[in-house]
Design a protein around this ligand. Structure first.
Ligand SMILES: [Cu+2]
Length: 283
């Protein structure tokens, strides 16, 4: 009977812990535990590091410390130790409790740096997207394609059936699958942060400065993120939606987008820049 109950308990724990993985999609879910399902190598590495490196180490340390606390409470309780022990130093134990944590940190640091550097080193980009944070929406530019548009959250009353609340936007960023996407991130007014959990991407958007990051989506779909730097009263209402499509679909979208979101002022900008340069030369 005890055996059956034990097996039931184990099955229940397995079900509960595997549920998040089953229901995870490209957006957060109710009662979700752990990360969203990864859609890039970067995020796969992060999830691996968390699930198979950090979590086991944290669990082992927590269990060990709990054991020590319970053991000390029972063994050295007042009723059993009328005269308190005067022991205050033990060289071997002190050396061990200094060296073991150092060793654990070194073991964690090696894969951690590997993941960090793989994110930091930006490979040659196939597509470049510039994300600009505004209070409170995102503006996007495809500098190589002369495309510029704003991306606003869709209000609750305007949501369509399959659009998630607080995450859907009117104009999504569209990128091709299995291509290196470089994202230039900046802001116009205050600090924002461009974050997309499924790609393992999060970078601060700082006014007057351009940060860079990259991702390579390994499957198609619609992926959701949010501004991740407290930026004002509507911080929670400037979501990020990235649609990953096939190469053909991307080319089709580019043709449409170049008309719909054409950046017209570029010629004028050049003329003004030339004039400014001339005035400066005269001086
Ligand atoms: Cu923001």
């Amino acid at each position: 009977m005890v055996y059956i109950n034990c097996m039931r308990l184990i099955a229940y724990i397995l079900l509960i812990t595997s549920l998040p993985a089953l229901v995870n999609a490209e957006q957060p879910r109710d009662w979700q535990l752990g990360f969203q399902k990864s859609a890039s190598q970067s995020m796969t590495d992060i999830v691996w590091f968390h699930d198979y490196m950090l979590l086991p180490i944290i669990t082992a340390i927590t269990a060990f410390v709990l054991f020590l606390v319970i053991y000390a409470c029972i063994k050295f309780r007042a009723s059993n130790n009328k005269i308190a022990s005067q022991t205050s130093h033990n060289t071997i134990i002190e050396v061990i409790w200094t060296l073991v944590p150092c060793f654990i940190l070194i073991v964690m640091a090696v894969p951690s740096f590997k993941v960090l550097y793989s994110q930091d080193k930006i490979p040659p980009a196939d597509v470049t997207v510039k994300a600009i944070g505004y209070q409170w929406y995102w503006g996007y530019e495809y500098p190589d394609e002369n495309i510029i548009f704003d991306s606003y959250m869709i209000e609750d009353k305007d949501l369509k059936a399959n659009q998630p609340r607080l995450l859907s936007v009117d104009n999504e960023v569209v990128v091709p699958v299995n291509k290196n996407i470089k994202v230039l991130i900046t802001a116009n007014d205050v600090l924002h942060a461009w974050a997309l959990p499924s790609f393992g991407v999060k970078r601060d958007a700082v006014p007057g400065r351009i940060n860079e990051t990259w991702f390579r989506a390994d499957r198609t779909g619609t992926f959701y993120g949010q501004c991740s730097e407290l930026c004002g009263i509507k911080h929670a209402f400037m979501p990020i939606t990235v649609k990953v499509v096939t190469e053909e679909e991307y080319k089709k979208w580019l043709i449409e987008a170049k008309q719909k979101f054409a950046k017209e002022i570029i010629e004028k900008d050049f003329k003004i820049a030339k004039k400014i340069a001339k005035v400066k030369d005269l001086k």
